[in-house]
Write a protein that binds this ligand. Structure first.
Ligand SMILES: O=P(O)(O)OC[C@H]1O[C@H](O)[C@H](O)[C@@H](O)[C@@H]1O
Length: 535
């Protein structure tokens, strides 16, 4: 399957992308996909008709349609954990009957969503109060999937905030909770403990610290704590009243959980109606993913472009570059979504992957990145496929000039990456500035841009709750399609376990309770260093 694609790749190594536009005047339209007013342009890549056909063929042969349908209908596609994968059901509470273990899951989803709405409304209206009166601040304590989604989305949708302020604490580093609690009123703060398992050491450590802080400051943890979890017995043990616990099931993976109770802080911030629009955006992407033919299917084409760049061309990283300051946490969110899902070395059947696993995902918003790492993207020896995201309109009509500059910079980057600047062009520019002879020759080479560097652009009218829902669901399905093509299980994460186990065993070693001598030399030396400062 891969040989045909690798042959196509060899044939395109020296081809100038720009020539594709000269050969096909409608290339921009032919190599893009729309969903309503959201538009994904992948024309600034080496994909042509034959490459696209070969990629679609790969998609067909990998049984993406069957796996997709199995996911939506509750099949146990997370084989290593024996679970269905149904985060999509969370954003479709009114969908038709969906059976898991013989029971329809829709009524439970609707009931929990209604409870979340009632709770957040009571909080936002001031009906639900803390020991000192109206709740002014909410802290979501969670990590990984119980933090990154809501933290990213709350920031992304700040123009829609009309509820209490939301804060996020994830790191077990005491600095995080300490800095967050400073300036908050323990009698008017709500703490949400977000943990699917309710055992994660970082989250539980921070939750106990927050509870001590609240008690010491005269707050009432019985009223001012809520929990989001699949483990009701453990939320009970912690002492959180059941009417403040919002449960979900193990068919929701952590990094896919923002659509349900883990999204409570987002709902508190933007209100239940805004949250409904967010769900509707995700649902619209689901419907599109299920219905559109592969060539016009946005998640599928995003995935196939990703497969082309990583597994076929060998570009091992992917930059996510939102030209939107409020999407500053998007790449961190995508890092978990993509790297925890597709960073695997074996297929579902345990056999070794014969191509690269998912790529390294990284990035920062533009234009900031332009003044930092874009140097390497333009002139470094590695090719880094870039994924630009940008809104046609900002939320600040009075700052329209800013937005135009932002958009001009975004478009200019993809143009520059594709066009580059040849040695002759560099020389001509320098001559025009008056440079000649040896000095010109010496300097010109430093001003050459190889160009021919691929990028895609996702453009949408404005970053609304609906659009954010579409973007997240788009990337979720992209990761899914890439995982199916690689033949891996995108829904487990065994790779995070070893470090956790060793941390548990190292904890007493740091205290000096357990011996350090059975550790490797480096670890032993680090422990001894720590101990000299903590006697
Ligand atoms: O929600 P929790 O059970 O606390 O888990 C939080 C996170 O920790 C784990 O280590 C996993 O790597 C993540 O996938 C998960 O989202």
């Amino acid at each position: 399957m891969w040989t045909a694609l690798k042959d196509l790749r060899s044939a395109t190594v020296t081809r100038r992308m720009r020539s594709l536009f000269e050969e096909n005047p409608t290339r921009a339209r032919d190599f893009s996909v729309s969903l309503g007013d959201m538009h994904f342009d992948y024309s600034k890549t080496q994909l042509d008709d034959s490459i696209r056909s070969a990629l679609i063929d790969l998609c067909e042969r990998s049984n993406v349609a069957q796996r997709r349908d199995a996911m939506f209908s509750g099949g146990e596609i997370n084989q290593t954990e024996g679970r269905a994968v149904l985060h999509t059901a969370l954003r479709d509470p009114d969908g038709e009957e969906l059976l898991v273990d013989g029971a329809d899951i829709r009524p439970g989803i609707r009931q929990t969503l209604d409870r979340m709405k009632a709770f957040s409304q009571a909080l936002r209206s001031g009906e639900l109060v803390g020991a000192g009166g109206r709740i002014t601040d909410v802290i979501n304590i969670g990590i990984g999937g119980s933090d990154l989604g809501p933290a990213m989305a709350v920031l992304a949708l700040s123009p829609y905030h009309d509820g209490p302020r939301c804060h996020f604490v994830s790191n077990v580093d005491g600095a995080h909770i300490s800095d967050t609690l400073k300036g908050l009123d323990p009698q008017r703060t709500l703490v949400i403990v977000a943990s699917k398992s309710f055992t994660t050491i970082e989250t539980m450590t921070n939750a106990f610290t927050a509870r001590d802080w609240m008690r010491a400051g005269g707050g009432d943890p019985k009223r001012q704590f809520a929990a989001l979890s699949t483990a009701m017995d453990k939320t009970d043990d912690f002492g959180i009243p059941q009417d403040q616990v919002f449960g979900f099931e193990d068919w929701v993976g952590g990094r896919y959980s923002i659509w349900g109770p883990i999204g409570l802080s987002l709902m508190i911030a933007i209100g239940p109606d805004g949250f409904d629009q967010f769900l509707a955006g995700g649902r619209a992407m689901d419907e599109h993913f299920r219905a559109a033919p592969w060539g016009q299917n946005m998640p599928v084409m995003l995935a196939l472009v990703g497969i082309w760049h990583n597994q076929v061309c060998g570009h091992g990283t992917r930059a996510v570059l939102p030209y939107d300051q409020r999407l500053i946490r998007l790449s961190a969110y995508f890092q978990q979504l993509e790297m925890e899902s597709n960073g695997k070395q074996v297929r579902v059947d345990g056999s070794a992957l014969d191509v690269s696993s998912g790529p390294v995902v990284w990035g920062e918003p533009g234009t900031n990145g332009q003044h930092a790492f874009f140097q390497l993207i333009h002139q470094g020896t590695r090719v880094i496929p870039c994924e630009f995201l940008v809104a046609a309109r900002g939320h600040e009509p009075e700052l329209q000039a800013h937005h135009k500059l932002l958009v001009a910079n975004c478009f200019a980057q993809s143009e520059a990456l594709m066009l580059g600047r040849s040695l002759d062009q560099a020389r001509a520019r320098m001559q025009a500035k008056g440079l000649t002879g040896e000095e010109l020759e010496r300097q010109a080479r430093h001003r050459v841009f190889p160009g021919n560097r691929p990028s895609t652009t996702l453009i949408y009218p404005m970053l609304t709750p609906d659009i954010l829902g579409r973007i997240i669901a788009l990337y979720e399905h992209r990761v899914f399609v890439e995982g199916v093509i690689l033949g891996i299980n995108s829904f487990d994460q065994w790779g995070v376990e070893l470090g956790k186990e060793l941390a548990v065993s190292l904890h007493p070693v740091l205290d000096g309770c357990d011996s350090v001598t059975d550790k490797d030399g480096s670890t032993e030396a680090l422990v001894r260093y720590f101990r000299t400062f903590n006697t």
